[in-house]
Write a protein that binds this ligand. Sequence first.
Ligand code: GLU
Length: 431
Amino acid sequence: MPDIFQSALSRLEEASKHCQIDPETLQRLRHPMAIFQVSVPVRMDDGSLKIFKGYRVRHNDVLGPTKGGLRYHPQVDLGEVKSLAFWMTCKCAAVGIPFGGAKGGITVDPKNLSKLELERLSRGFIQQLAGFIGPDTDIPAPDVYTNPTIMGWMVDEYSKIHHQKLPAVITGKPVPLGGSLGREEATGRGAYHCIKQLEKIRDWSPSEIRVAIQGFGNAGQHVASLLHRDGYRIVAISDSHGAAYRESGLEIPRIIEEKNRTRSLSGVYCECSVSTCSPCENEGTRRITNSELLELDVDVLIPAALENQLTVENADRIKAPVIVEVANGPTQPEADQILNSKGTLIVPDILANAGGVTVSYFEWLQNRSGDRWSLDEVRDRLFISMSAAFKAIYSRMNGGEMTFRTAAYVHALERIDAAVDSQGTYSYFSH
Ligand code: GLU
């Protein structure tokens, strides 16, 4: 398996073939600017002590303070965090947000911790990170398996350490603690705006478009609910335990309610036999696996879970002509090549999931100005920002001369390059 960070960087090398970028810009982007690795000791409820490994990587800050989420997941390691930080640099630049990129995480399965253990872990992590992050240097936010409550503990801990209220140090906070309205739905809503742009370009009738969504966390749920509201047929969804498929389309609002009540999709599959299950609200819904979901014959596939889901092994069998990457890094570069040769249109992660960081930026602006924006204002601004970024990047594909992903990287790289150039490169200092 190639090193995940090197593999992430290969997108940069590909994009640099399509634009005039100073070699110094590429040189800088190949190296994260700072890496912080910590051990967080946590007193468990039974009195024992456990040590958790945590990371924060600031990738590049040429466009502004570094920005990016904190992830709690058993698979978190330095290579993953470096890649995610690199994608944040490219994402912020692609959508024109004045931030650089960062990411962090703890190697932990939060489902195995009590709420009090989770709070102690989160506060302990911030005690270690307090000198590394800050409203003008590096601004964390939620990511996989972290949420507004955790951000609330973190900002409280940071403010206590500094003896002042500093809400702008972390975004994605609960609204009463200075969070922005519309932040929770923002990643899903941003992806939805991308799909609405495609709807116009491809002249789609929503009721004829069959969608499969892998991952039913925050982003997956919001994109599903907005598409369902517009009449799209969401035929399959999944969580880490399995997937549900229904040819006529799933009833998304009921499933979201069920998932959030039971924390599982298992109540959505029809497990009973025809003789015992009539009438049944799950009629026609069958259980499939996560890999079967990815290979379904649908019009739009939305990977909204983790990295490396579309690989050299399954790329050949992916039938969806359109993929919208709501997860970060769901497609391996080698799989990209196979999908591109089949003519699959991939709306890349650094555009498709940029709604989250866009509203994080709005939250940071509100915290710094002391102002509060209405939900409508946040939504309007998100719509304007996502639609503009989508159109600018889509038009850069030049009718297929480069892929949508490469166009997004070219767009981002040119912005980063202009900033690097303004500080002076070889051509400036050698004359
Ligand atoms: N974790 C999200 C992402 O990957 C949001 C980051 C942020 O809001 O800073 O884009």
